[in-house]
Design a protein. Structure first.
Length: 244
């Protein structure tokens, strides 16, 4: 299904329920009746073309309009990425941790040690993801916005040029691999070695949420690596060219 301006958003949710957290990042909540994408974007003040590219690339991994996404302002892309970070930190990680804690609380005494190992592994993964996100929010995004602002206002100073040389986006471009590997290891540990739970639906729910998180993070990483990073590299190149 390709989402278009005239598509009723309810139909898109029927197509893929995983779209819900993506919609939330645009401040679009449930209860939108028969309204179309065009109507809802107008109501919420959302850039409709950007919304369509994000939603369609999420629905179909083969649909990834890299050149179209790169045409949008950097601030718009970073705002979406930051909203994704908020979803991971405030909702998804605590939700999964809560399920694991419940699994441990309901465990048979003979299984508590194994479940504690699962919890420890998840907590280690969560810490790494949090550190990764905080690094982007505290250092990478402010740097990108600063050089973007300087370039757009034609205020490329020697300080900005020095900052580009010292804080080039290349330093941060390859930061997802370790985090993604940890998540795969955690899923594999649960699938292969988790002892049978008294409530199997609970262990299934944990695994299901981990797969959903992985899918979301993979789409998130694609936007950063295929859209934001190349866009910033080009911006840096243009800033350094101004020096000449």
């Amino acid at each position: 299904m390709i989402i278009k301006p005239a598509t009723q958003l309810a139909d898109a949710i029927h197509e893929n329920i995983f779209l819900l957290p993506v919609l939330n990042r645009f401040d679009i909540q449930l209860g939108f009746g028969n309204k179309t994408v065009e109507q809802l974007c107008a109501e919420k003040g959302v850039n409709m073309q950007f919304f369509l590219e994000i939603v369609n690339s999420f629905l179909d991994k083969d649909y990834f309009p890299q050149s179209e996404l790169q045409s949008f302002p950097i601030r718009l892309i970073i705002d979406y990425i930051s909203r994704s970070h908020t979803f991971y930190l405030k909702y998804k990680l605590p939700q999964i941790e809560g399920l694991i804690v419940k699994l441990l609380e309901n465990a048979e005494p003979s299984n508590k040690k194994a479940y504690s190992l699962i919890r420890g592994f998840f907590e280690e993964y969560a810490r790494e993801l949090i550190v990764h996100i905080e690094k982007e929010e505290d250092f990478v995004h402010p740097y990108i916005l600063a050089i973007d602002d300087a370039y757009n206002k034609n205020l490329v100073t020697p300080e900005i040029i020095m900052r580009v040389k010292q804080e080039s986006i290349n330093k941060y471009a390859d930061g997802h691999d370790n985090v993604e590997d940890k998540l795969f290891d955690l899923k594999n540990l649960i699938i292969r070695y988790l002892p049978p739970a008294a409530d199997y639906t609970l262990s299934n729910a944990i695994l299901y949420d981990l797969f959903r998180l992985e899918r979301d993070l993979n789409d998130h990483a694609r936007i950063e690596e295929k859209v934001l990073v190349p866009k910033v590299r080009l911006l840096e190149k243009r800033i350094l060219a101004k020096k000449a």
